[in-house]
Write a protein of this length. Sequence first.
Lengths: 625, 329
Amino acid sequence: MANPLETMVKYLPGFKDILVVVPSTETAGGAFAGQLAEIMSNNYSCKAIINEKFSSSLLNAHDLSALDINSDAFIEFLSPILKILGEYNDEKKNCILIILESLNAITYEKITTSCSNDRNQNEISAILVNGETFSDNSKKTVDLHSANISFDNNAFELNILHAIPNNLATERSFQDYFGDIPTELNQISTLDGYGSCKSFKLYFNDDRAHNHPTDDFASLIVEKCKNLLDSLNGNISPAFTVNSYVLHKSKRRAKNNHKTNPQTYQAKITISTQTSTQEEFEKELIYQETIVENANTVIELGLQQNLQNFISERFKSNHFEANTQTKLLNLVYSVENYGTSDNFDFRGAAHEYEYFDSMIDSLQKKDEAFYAYGSIMLGKILNSFKKTLKHQQSRLKTQTEKRKIQEEFDALLFKKKISSETKRYRMRIAEIPLVERWFFLGINRLIQLQPLVRNIKTTDPIGTLLGSSAYKFTLENSLNEDFGFIFKKYLNATTLSPIRDSISDAPLEKLTNAFPKTIPKEIQKKIINGVKSGVSFKGIVNTLIAKNNIQSPEGMTYTEPDLAPSWNLFDETCLKLQGIMEDILLNKVIPDYPPFITGAALLSLISLADDLKEFWKHNWEEFEL
Amino acid sequence: MKIYQSSLNIKTFELIAQHCPHVKINLLRSFSLGDKETIDILRDFSPFIETAGLDSGVYSKFYNENVNHTLDDYSRFLEKHADMFKFYFNYDEDFEEKSRDAFGNRNDKNLKILEDRGFKPVPVIHLLNSDIVNFHIEQVKKYPFVAMGSSVLNDSNFDKVVEDLVLAGISVHAFKIGSADRLKRLPICSSDCSSHAQWTKAGRCVAFDNDTQKDRPLSFRYWDKNGIQNDNFYLNHKLFKKFLIFVEEVCHCEIEWLVVDSNYRTFINSMYFVWLEKYLNEWHEKGVELKYPMDNYTGNDIDRMIDDMLNETIPPEDNPTSKQPVQDS
């Protein structure tokens, strides 16, 4: 049986000049990369660099992240890569293949992609390898992407995460390059679904990056590159100038790039968290840790771990094709990243979207969490398609042409009738950063949370809300119908924090029930001012609800009387009078007519109020002011 | 310009046939499931109908949960009866355009579905966004006639958009405008209103005030629903004398009939809009000021009376400067 690596290389597209950077040959990942490098150097004009100094023990992400970014080891690790990359940028305009251990390769993929995009000098693609984690132990959990290749003695296996064409911008299909998928590569069926793609990239990855956030490590890599380039200041070759530009450019891009493939979002966050100073960088790391902490407070670790495999298990248990999840992720990624590219085949992508839509829709009533996951992914795709459509429309002059392409998109994406409500909530939910982490809450709860987290400007708004409100997710309470109410109430309490000591639960619930969303700002202000001026929280809530004629929900019982019954003329009139007085004070109304009548009326009112107070005090049990 | 009257029932047509058989109504019927009345009216009262249009009935559907017809129901009705109508509107069921997003909206899809089935519905504009307006301006050949939905009537850009569409060569129908004042200002080719029925429901008729050039209600109830005296009670109304002439001489009815029978009030209101339509056309074409029936009129033909009124000079009592309030009669 032929070596599957050889077979794979044989079918790889024609990279003319290939740069192979292998961190180490001492690890499984490094060994694989080295093996691949060797095979490729026999077939192509290939320059292989094996960075022996980077020992296997340091290949562990946590060890690497522990390294001082200014340490010699780090600089030594990065400098040859950057240098050769710079030489290639300077001298050649060919395809460069970089093979790296996946953790830092993700970072490099960003650099190379940006580099090729920015100056159009090189078509750079990356094969990202991470063999190290495919130990026997990890096999049990490696299943998120079921496209596996087993190699000799099961030393490691590869999960194909993406097969997204990039550097081969032609009309030819994947099969045109690969021919019939050879037997040895049958399991790379991930690639099969991209017959209409115009270019591709291969990411060889496992799910370790998924289980163990690599933000810190990737951030360090980026930071290191930046420092290295800075240190070369004054003696910068044109190539390095390009790289430096790329780094800064990618930072700007990342600001708008928070919606991304869940498999790579961590790396994208990393890019977005590139900071100019160490202090800011550390702050960001602390913040990222807070996100994880938030998740840990919301859901038990054991349950979290179960959820890691939940989706892939669901894909299996619902008898979808082996690589369905991978294909879905690929689609999310490709539409988002290449949707506005000239060569983007939106018809092919829309066709795939429609397939996934039918598939996920069929599970709506069977499995809420899985349906939520699918809806989030579909929403992300739709949001990206929206950008694609806008981009294409921006090139057209007339509304008729714009309408025509809109209809084309619509016809392609929504052959199956989809309610506008479903479409809307999918797109809105998918706009929430990192919403995919919270799929297990189910679609209905995500719909309830969406308006509540709209104004939370953090990297993980749902995590922020749930974590900070001390909500605890358990399978038992997952059917709690008051889910949205809990957080609405919490947000209301938060907005009333200046009077937090005065807030009691029952009026707060009444207040929360009274408004469809969180309480409006003007009401917040009135409550805070009222309580600060000595009115009880309960009293002012009752008054405001009555004055605003807000209907309390049925079935709620109160210990206090309803202050706005239509039959209670006295209370109703008092409320009206309060409103009139407040408006006068608020608008600083000063009448221009003689004040004696008004003054007399007010005096009479005060006097009568005193009399009434005295009267009720002695005749109405429990009456007191 | 035509004012299409909606909400007219068979009884109204019977009264038209009885009292003003020379009148021809521009009729707008709303599609409704199982509604025989539309077909009956078109079949039995065709001599009294100038033109008929069909509304999709989605306004009722939007505000009444018991109305539950669908695009397919509408389509099936059109298959059978489209020929009876001069035009029919799109099934624009998304009244507030909530479904509108980057990929389109439900109303446009419905339009396309109907077009694909061979119909030619009149598109209805529910938003005055420039892209929508410009699309229609570009598509003047395909859609020479468009309607402005009632949801945009109060938009501050409404008049401007109507003007732009008209200048582009598009004939514009405005939904639910019956106000003389507003119709005078708009260069539309048609509007529709059910004001006659609404006035009737509230126990009122409508008359035209020459002084203000606006329509005014006359109430036939002394008290309103809150127990407060109606300040537009017909006997105390300053337009009562003119209204009386209109009722007796133009519409050949007795005022007492209106007091006791709401069908007569609907009929009188319907005649008012016939009058208003004719006057508006005169005003638009010749710039002739609108004038409500004069109290010295003795004719018995509405057209002749209108012609007379158009040629009439304003008598002293109609002169705003010498106006005296009409005392309780």
